[in-house]
Design a protein. Structure first.
Lengths: 525, 348
């Protein structure tokens, strides 16, 4: 059930009405029923996977917490030995639960990728095609990457003692399956989401209207902008030999716009739906295109994923025993400055490699992840140089032109990196980068060639207006929430704004016959 | 406090009114103006403006609205008929149009053109729209939509056509604005006059099919149609209009004959009556044998008129003053249209 389908709107209407009609203490139970219903509609067999994750993580988290409690029990023997024993048991339980759940994710999502790579190696050694491995028909449950990461974060948090294990399996099942964020995040933490997820909620007119407004804006981004520009993106990718040079450059911007409008639109709908229900879901974006560096960009884009990788991969890897040993060795042999950085760079490498792999079972995603890593590492290596420059010219940093340069530079670099996911083919991406230099076809910007991408002049006008609106909202957000700003306006002004937005979705939305109902891009992850 | 409440009520009512009226106006604006475009889409709706009490209702696809002239049936045989047909009207759409007709009148005779039996699945969304949009909302229309929708279609798009036609904003013309509430009549009792001539030369043979049996769904609806007519005391007559293409296979002909015989229905295949009707495919078709032009339609209508008076309960009603007056007016428009077309005048 797509977020932009009539069925989903009907589903929400029934949920919203019944949610506020039933006794409040049963609200979370209703949410659980609707969440499982949502997943059942997506594919009944998927329920097996999410239920397996829910049960195993719930059970092991309880076990781990019970062991933690036993650690503090009065114990007549050697307390140190007792604690070490408990710690060891907890670690083994954690490892076992992680192997099961990451295993499910890995098998369902990466088996065929592994087979393809193994076959490439076999081919290299001249093994005949009939002796190579056959691809498997494996189901990839909807949103498995998201809910697995969410459940795993809970398990690790319980292991670390930062959250208390949930004793009610149904409440935990709701945390894992909460439908608005099930298929494209954000990857919520139990400590955050549980604060409002299980509470009884009274109908709050302001929160409900804010939630609906957020949903509407999400629809606008998805249907009016993302699905419209997607037509041009698809066309450019479809014929790389025709659409080279300047088309590649323009295609990168189109893709950036599509991805942003698609993903943030989906998250707006998620957060809006939760808000209508009185539940607070953490923000996943903070005006990423205003970032002045790639590092900053990743603190503003898909925030929940970034913090997940930092908390559950980067830090544990950095403080792991082999890494500490490496740190010691590198400081001793390579000097303090470089020796200090090497373990961090290695941990970052692992983070970006897994980030790429998480996005998809394909080398283009891995190369995309590593390209981010390389750019961040290079910029870190150049930091002393930047600092020297800014010390010499201290006023430059504060100048608007310089800030603008940084923003544009970040956008361009991100566009280049993102093109690995745009073409989904690493050699092709490099080749297309090359054509931006070799093909001198910049006239296409003015000679009407862009109208051959399946977008009419009217579409471009709509896109332009849409982008202007997005930029205006982003600029306005720096001074506070836009919805609050609008809600302070007189009634008829508010009405014109929101009804105008509704009509623009209704009329200019790329939905229905003649348009392909596009899945949200992040559903695929 | 009282004043505040009153302001709130006024505001709510005004808001609802604005929303409803803008959505209504936008729907009118975006809907295709069939009467000045693809006129086949305007045919079904015109029936509702008619005074009912017809002797004969034709149902079917283009092979009825292009090939039979109700004006001739009245003028020469005193039969008051109407054609409920649209482009590529599928058999289940014809069935539900018949159900819909029965909400308004109970004609003694119904003629169904059997070409639609060749389709067992919905074919194209555009044709669905042309057949279904003109129907008034009744349970029959709901069933017709549900039976006809293709995978890409959604029922809600029929309920709120703005959801379907919103993308027309890019192609709006001044006519879309000026004709939001205006519609011209395009048919003459469902008959669409075409006076062009394009001889039928090199008509392609039918290609070999893997299976010549009519589909189960198509036959199910033929059964339903037969039962509905029987239930309502209507005589159902099957016809195959004399279109040379789509090719009418012997195997299909045989199945229809067997069905008609088994159910006691009359069946006329005009393809076998070329000599009797005097059809000449060099002069009587406007698109190389697919459809008849006016002269062709008048020829087979004469044959049909004779047949109906001699073989059914229908009688000449030209003596009924009210009816005759109505038809006098209709014939005037019919002849004027023929004159206008003959003079090669532009559509007004």
């Amino acid at each position: 059930m797509l977020f932009t389908s009539y069925e989903f709107i009907g589903f929400l209407l029934v949920l919203f009405i019944s949610y506020y009609l039933i006794p409040k203490r049963h609200q979370w139970k209703l949410l659980l029923v609707f969440s499982y219903l949502f997943y059942f509609i997506a594919g009944p067999v998927y329920l097996l996977y999410i239920t397996a994750t829910t049960i195993t993580i719930f059970f092991f988290a309880l076990k781990i917490e019970n062991l933690s409690k036993r650690k503090d029990e009065n114990f007549s023997g050697d307390k140190k030995v007792h604690k070490a024993l408990i710690k060891n048991k907890k670690w083994r339980l954690l490892l076992f639960a992680l192997i099961i759940n990451i295993g499910i994710l890995a098998i369902s999502k990466y088996t065929n990728f592994a087979i393809a790579n193994a076959n490439s190696v076999l081919r290299f050694f001249g093994v005949a095609a009939e002796k190579q491995f056959g691809f498997r028909n494996i189901i990839i449950p909807l949103g498995i990457s998201f809910y697995t990461f969410q459940a795993v974060s809970y398990l690790i948090d319980v292991y670390r003692g930062t959250v208390t294990a949930e004793r009610n399996p149904f409440r935990f099942a709701l945390f894992v399956s909460f439908f608005p964020q099930l298929i494209q995040g954000p990857i919520s933490r139990f400590g955050d989401l549980s604060k409002t997820l299980f509470l009884p909620h009274s109908f709050d007119r302001i929160q409900v209207s804010y939630g609906l407004q957020r949903i509407l804006f999400g629809f606008f981004k998805k249907l009016v902008i993302a699905d419209r520009v997607a037509v041009g993106v698809t066309e450019i990718i479809r014929e790389p030999d025709i659409y080279n040079g300047a088309f590649v450059f323009i295609g990168m911007f189109f893709f950036a716009l599509e991805l942003y409008a698609d993903f943030t639109g989906g998250i707006d709908i998620t957060i809006g739906v939760a808000q209508v229900l009185g539940i607070k879901v953490a923000e996943n974006f903070r005006r990423p295109f205003f970032s002045k560096s790639i590092k900053e960009f990743w603190k503003r884009w898909h925030i929940s994923m970034g913090t997940w990788f930092t908390d559950y991969i980067f830090y544990p890897v950095t403080v792991s025993k082999p890494m500490l040993r490496l740190s010691k060795w590198s400081r001793k042999n390579l000097g303090t400055a470089l020796g200090k950085r090497i373990p961090i760079y290695l941990a970052s490498f692992i983070v970006w490699f897994t980030t790429g792999l998480w996005h998809g079972a394909s080398w283009n995603f891995i190369v995309w992840g590593l390209a981010n890593w390389i750019v961040i590492m290079i910029s870190q290596e150049f930091e002393p140089l930047y600092n020297r420059f800014h010390n010499r010219f201290p006023r430059v940093k504060e100048q608007t032109a310089f800030k603008l340069f940084q923003i544009i530079r970040t956008i361009l670099i991100m566009n280049m990196i993102r093109s690995f996911n745009y073409y989904r083919d690493v050699p092709l991406t490099f080749r297309m980068w090359g054509t931006m230099v070799t093909e001198r076809n910049w006239r296409i910007v003015f000679d009407g060639s862009l109208l051959g991408l399946g977008l009419s002049m009217a579409d471009y006008v709509i896109l332009l207006l849409g982008v202007v609106l997005l930029v205006w909202v982003s600029l306005k957000q720096r001074n506070g929430a836009v919805r609050e700003y609008i809600s302070a306006k007189p009634y008829w002004v508010k009405f014109v704004i929101w009804y105008g937005l509704f009509l623009s979705v209704l009329i200019f939305g790329a939905y229905g016959i003649g348009y392909d109902a596009s899945q949200f891009i992040y559903n695929q992850f | 406090m009282k004043n505040d409440n009153r302001v709130n009520y006024i505001r709510i009512i005004a808001t609802i009114l604005i929303i409803v009226s803008t959505l209504y106006l936008l729907t009118r604006l975006m809907m295709p103006k069939y009467d000045i475009g693809v006129i086949e889409g305007a045919l079904v709706a015109e029936y509702y403006d008619e005074v009912k009490g017809h002797d004969l209702i034709f149902i079917g696809d283009c092979e009825v609205y292009d090939n039979f002239s109700p004006a001739v049936l009245w003028q020469d045989y005193g039969i008051n008929s109407y054609i409920r047909g649209s482009a590529q009207q599928l058999i289940w759409q014809s069935y539900y149009l018949l159900e819909d007709t029965l909400y308004h009148e109970k004609p003694p005779v119904v003629i169904f053109n059997v070409l639609a039996l060749m389709y067992n699945e919905p074919q194209r969304e555009a044709y669905n729209r042309m057949s279904l949009e003109g129907m008034r909302w009744t349970p029959a229309k709901i069933r017709a939509i549900n039976a006809s929708m293709m995978e890409s279609e959604h029922f809600l798009d029929y309920v709120f056509p703005l959801l379907r036609y919103h993308s027309r904003w890019k192609e709006l013309s001044s006519a879309d604005f000026t004709r939001m509430f205006k519609k011209d009549k395009v048919s003459h009792n469902g008959f669409f006059i075409n006076i062009g001539v394009k001889p039928a030369i090199n008509v392609p043979e039918g290609r070999i099919l893997a299976n010549y049996n009519f589909g189960a769904k198509a036959m199910e609806y033929l059964d339903k149609m037969t039962a509905l007519c029987l239930e309502n005391g209507i005589e159902l007559i099957l016809v195959k209009a004399p279109s040379l293409y789509p090719y009418w296979y012997d195997e299909w002909e045989e199945q229809v004959k067997v069905y008609a015989k088994a159910n006691g229905l009359k069946y006329i295949n005009f393809l076998e009556l070329i000599d009797e009707t005097g059809l000449d495919f060099m002069t009587d078709t406007y698109n190389a044998g697919l459809h008849l032009n006016l002269t062709g339609a008048e020829k087979i209508t004469h044959y049909l008129g004779e047949f109906l008076l001699n073989n059914t309960s229908l009688a000449d009603r030209r003596g009924e003053a009210d009816l005759a007056t109505r038809w006098e007016e209709k014939l005037l428009l019919y002849n004027r249209e023929i004159e206008r077309l003959s003079a090669g005048l532009d559509v007004e």
